[in-house]
Design a protein around this ligand. Structure first.
Ligand code: 6PG
Length: 479
């Protein structure tokens, strides 16, 4: 009886190839399949020495190469290509077998697919895999959803190949059906917010202090030795240090200033709007990317009146970089607090009992937002699993308190100098709104009742009310 594989990977572009290699390097026998045979052959030729691969050249051969329960990992483009692969393999599988979608699928698609395949007795697992191509090879953060039963066979494999922090795998069962892809989506939303805040910090140090990219790289390198220690800060220092070979200019200055997006951040905002979760940090990051890409609008708006950027001087300049660090950290806490609130809201909406501390724990390594900061987030949720917001957790509350003057000064300086900081500003506005005793939403309710008779509630009585605005008496009555 020829040796069977404990798992198979179909879709051998770089992510799929690296995931297969990672599995083989950890001693698992891996069946391989790809639409074009060449990629399968190339993988075995180049990396066959890394472990046990079983190359296959048809769907049936691929399925036959797998031990029961068969576990097939799909690594193809999200959307129709994923559906096509599922349709190709599902008829060949038997009750209890597992299909894993490790791409960045929309969680609603995952819920649909999971329900449909469950009808056929198959397990469908949508899993987030974060860390890019390097992460897939050396240890990603893995966020599987799907049934508890599927995790019994799949979990040990994924935990084996995931990143480890303090010996703990950056992989855990997130929750049923689409929970894994939902959490990956929010991870990407937080990633957008984090990247936007870093980009604004760069713009502030350059615009308000006149620092060149190489010097700003040194600032980020220093920040990376402290509480902002993270993959994104680390790579930012590398990007800003880089000089373009062709021109000798700072790399960042020869890059077109229009940020693109594959869409996961946008999904996060769309779902946040549907769930009524004010994820303003993620939304502003998505809007900032869209604005940057609005070339014609920006060109038409060039020269609109406003302050010219001029470097700070004297005492203001002295403390500004430190002020930016504190403002960045405070704004980052807000962005993550909003992201975790969205996961809470998603769990409540879809009936997933997601352990936020467990999510933070597997984000400590492997993924794009991996950071020392996530140790503290993990600890915050461990101390208070039902924490309403990270902002009220001891350490974060203290950090935000200490950042108050700097945060407000940085936002004020940005406004005075005409440096756009939507991330910093929305984080501060969210923070102030959250802690406000009264919000102007009361006036909005009055306006809505005036023009649309949409009614309002009172602070001193139960029930809904409407005022007869069109009459002189403007009598109020219960609605
Ligand atoms: C990850 C990344 C990845 C992301 C790409 C493109 O977790 O490894 O988040 O999944 O899709 O980096 O992201 P954009 O949306 O910025 O194109």
């Amino acid at each position: 009886m020829s040796k069977k594989a404990s798992i198979g990977v179909t879709g051998l572009a770089v992510m799929g190839r690296n995931l297969a290699r990672n599995l083989a390097r950890h001693g698992h026998t891996v069946a391989l399949h790809n639409r074009s045979e060449a990629r399968t052959r190339e993988l075995v030729e180049q990396f066959g020495h890394e472990g046990e691969f079983i190359p296959t050249y048809s769907a049936q051969e691929f399925v036959d190469a797998l031990d029961r329960p068969r576990q097939i990992v799909i690594m193809v483009k999200a959307g129709a290509p994923t559906d096509a692969v599922i349709d190709e393999f599902a008829p060949l599988l038997e009750k209890g077998d597992v299909i894993v979608d490790a791409g960045n699928a929309h969680f609603a698609d995952t819920r649909r697919r999971e329900a449909a395949l469950r009808e056929q007795g198959l397990h469908f697992v949508g899993t987030g895999v974060s860390g890019g191509e390097e992460g897939a090879l050396h240890g990603p953060s893995i966020m599987p959803g799907g049934s508890v039963e599927s995790y019994q066979s799949l979990g040990p494999l994924f935990e084996d190949i995931s990143a480890k922090v303090d010996g703990v795998p950056c992989c855990t069962h997130i929750g049923p059906d689409g929970a894994g892809h939902f959490v990956k989506m929010v991870h990407n939303g937080i990633e957008y917010a984090d990247m936007q805040l870093i980009a604004e910090s760069f713009d502030l140090l350059r615009g308000a202090l006149g620092y060149e990219p190489a010097r700003i790289a040194e600032v980020f390198k220093t920040w990376n030795t402290g509480r902002l220690d993270s993959y994104l800060i680390e790579i930012t220092a590398e990007v800003l240090k880089h000089t373009d070979a062709a021109t000798g200019k700072p790399f960042v200055d020869i890059v077109t200033d229009q940020a693109e997006q594959k869409g996961t951040g946008r999904w996060t905002v769309q779902i946040g709007l549907d769930l009524g979760v004010p994820i303003s940090g993620i939304a502003e990051a998505v809007f900032a990317r869209s604005l940057s890409g609005s070339a014609d609008l920006r060109k038409a708006s060039r020269g609109l009146p406003g302050p010219a950027r001029k470097a700070l001087s004297g005492a203001e300049a002295e403390s500004f970089a430190d002020d930016v660090e504190r403002a960045l950290y405070a704004s980052k806490i807000v962005a993550y607090a909003q992201g975790f609130n969205q996961i809470q809201a998603g769990g409540a909406e879809y009936g997933w009992d997601i352990d936020l501390g467990a999510v933070a724990k597997i984000w400590r390594g492997g993924c794009i937002i991996r950071a020392k900061f996530l140790d503290d987030v993990t600890a915050a949720f461990a101390a208070e699993p039902k924490l309403p917001t990270l902002l009220t957790s001891g350490d974060f509350r203290k950090a935000v308190e200490d950042a108050q003057d700097s945060w407000r000064s940085v936002v004020a300086t940005a406004v005075k100098l005409g440096i756009p900081t939507p991330g910093f500003s929305t984080a501060l506005a969210y923070y102030d709104a959250l802690r406000a005793e009264r919000l102007p939403a009361a006036l909005v309710q009055g306006q809505r009742d005036f023009f649309g008779a949409h009614t309002y509630r009172r602070v001193d009585r139960e029930g809904s009310f409407h005022t007869e605005w069109a009459t002189d008496e403007r009598a109020e009555h219960s609605a």
